[in-house]
Design a protein around this ligand. Structure first.
Ligand code: SF4
Ligand code: SF4
Length: 507
């Protein structure tokens, strides 16, 4: 039974949301006041609701009633929310005019409602992306508060959530907007701080590269910084802490999944067949983004030889040599027991190699396996950059769980995952003798990992997909699971076979 407090707070929040979307049909005179009131109602509705459900409870994780709530169990309200989010994403990506955006002239409707805030922050009228970025950041902050309240008493969850809120608000929203205002004439690269491939999949696209190379010292700085991030800083951090440094502490997609997506984390499928599909899917996306990027570089070097210190032939030869070295290294490493992962990586690298070797240029067309290289880029942007990451990735939270994008489609997660599995100090250790097989850990793992199966065997969890959110360890009533960084040696202990507490026993 819902209490008056809960019903009232839901009503306040819905009123705020309705007011916002009312701007689609009625022209608003005083936009500042109208926008302020809508956000105030949303904030108050949210805070009162969190207080109503968590206010008088003891510290500790509050998952009570998750399976009795229609919203979080694919009930009618879950379906309504899923369809609303999906429709909103489709409008943002492909039909922004529905929201009032006018590329040629003055916007109206919901987009125009955000004009006062947009002028204040970046000096320009709002676009559909400003509207989206504001709502996205607002959702992370509001639901971040809910998340902290729900997991109150757990320091890992507290600091992790504060971290994602900080990175989203400062680095993904506020600073880029302010930079836009302060440097209106500098190109996009100087305003976008997520300058790391493949998260930023257009980092090595012709227009972006050209802007950086023609952008003087600032452009050079962003180019070098992006490359250092990809090839040095990111691998070092993943080696030391696992992919969690990014996926659970920094990334905006992870931030939304962990905060607004938290009520849906139990909907991720734990089936073996889905795990198999996940591995093929995410590695296919990885191959796709690598080939797309190489095609972009090939086109760039063909069209702008004066801007580069190497020819396209030297570039392709370099890539082929690096891939062959990687494949040989893995092939010999394979002998030390990393069969499956090495196999998947080898297949990915082999496919990339074949596609690269098929890059040809004839009659002015750059083709990969006879497909125009630009089409590769276009399809990547449409299929992965928009449809997968936005529409499926967030719109389907109430149907498939909160990390669909991170699990099946994010090329950044794929690269970090391979690094995590092949050379990282991170692992989740399991004290199998204490496990009572309650299954809480598996239930709440948003990445669909059957944590309990590892715990029952006393086996360390060293999975590419694990984002190190720590929820499995937080919800375990027996303290079986521990997120640790240690020596590489012995971290994958598939032969562990503990019954009772004896970890030394071999089968
Ligand atoms: S195994 Fe644990 S830490 Fe890893 S993703 Fe699942 S719940 Fe998060
Ligand atoms: S939550 Fe803890 S006790 Fe329950 S199955 Fe998982 S590891 Fe075992």
């Amino acid at each position: 039974m819902f209490s008056i407090k809960r019903q009232g707070s839901i009503g306040l929040g819905l009123l705020g949301l309705t007011l916002l979307f009312f701007a689609l049909i009625i022209p608003i005179e005083n936009k500042t006041a109208y926008l302020g009131i809508s956000f105030l109602l949303l904030t108050l509705g949210g805070l009162f609701y969190f207080n109503a459900i968590y206010g008088n409870t003891l510290a500790g994780i509050k998952n009570d009633g998750v399976w009795f709530n229609a919203l979080s169990t694919r009930g009618i309200s879950g379906w309504i929310l899923g369809m609303f989010l999906t429709a909103f994403y489709i409008a943002i990506y492909w039909f922004p005019e529905v929201l009032g955006y006018n590329e040629q002239g003055v916007s109206t409707g919901l987009v125009a409602l955000f004009d006062p805030l947009s002028y204040l922050l970046n000096g320009n009228a709002a676009t559909q992306w400003f509207l989206y970025g504001t709502l996205y950041t607002f959702a992370i902050i509001l639901f971040g508060i809910k998340f902290i309240w729900k997991y109150w008493g757990n320091r890992y969850q507290l600091f992790r959530t504060l971290s994602v809120i900080f990175f989203q608000f400062c680095f993904a929203f506020f600073i880029p907007e302010i930079l836009s205002k302060l440097n209106p004439d500098t190109p996009y690269f100087a305003k976008d701080l997520k300058n790391m491939w493949p998260l930023n999949y257009y980092f090595l696209d012709q227009w972006h590269l050209k802007n950086m190379l023609n952008g003087g010292n600032l452009g050079l700085f962003f180019l070098v910084f992006g490359l250092v991030m990809i090839f040095i800083i990111s691998p070092i951090l993943t080696y030391r802490y696992g992919k969690r440094w990014y996926c659970s502490w920094v990334c905006g997609c992870g931030a939304l999944a962990e905060t607004a997506g938290d009520p849906f984390r139990q909907l991720s499928s734990k089936k073996l067949s889905v795990w198999k599909f996940e591995r093929w899917m995410i590695h296919a996306v990885l191959v796709f983004v690598v080939v797309t990027t190489i095609a972009a570089m090939w086109s760039f070097l063909t069209d702008n030889p004066e801007l580069s210190f190497m020819t396209r032939g030297q570039f392709i030869s370099g890539v082929v040599i690096v891939l062959i070295i990687l494949m040989l290294t893995l092939f010999f490493w394979n002998k030390n027991g990393l069969e499956k992962d090495a196999k998947y990586t080898l297949i990915s690298l082999g496919t990339i190699l074949t596609l690269i070797l098929s890059i040809q240029s004839f009659s002015g067309q750059y083709t990969i396996l006879f497909i125009d290289a630009y089409s590769f880029q276009k399809w990547y942007g449409f299929g992965i950059g928009a449809a997968f990451s936005g529409v499926l990735g967030v719109g389907f939270y109430p149907f498939l769980g909160s990390r669909v994008w991170c699990r099946f489609g994010c090329p950044m997660a794929a690269i970090l995952g391979l690094q995590q599995r092949l050379f990282s100090r991170f692992r989740i250790t399991t004290n199998g003798g204490q496990c009572i097989s309650c299954g809480n850990c598996s239930t709440y793992c948003e990445m669909g990992i059957d944590v309990r199966a590892y715990a029952q065997r006393g086996e360390n969890i060293v999975r590419s997909s694990c984002v190190g959110c720590g929820i499995c360890a937080s919800v375990c009533p027996r303290g079986v699971l521990k997120l640790e960084n240690g020596e590489l040696e012995g971290r994958i202990n598939t032969t562990a076979y503990p019954l009772g507490n004896n970890m030394e026993v071999n089968p």
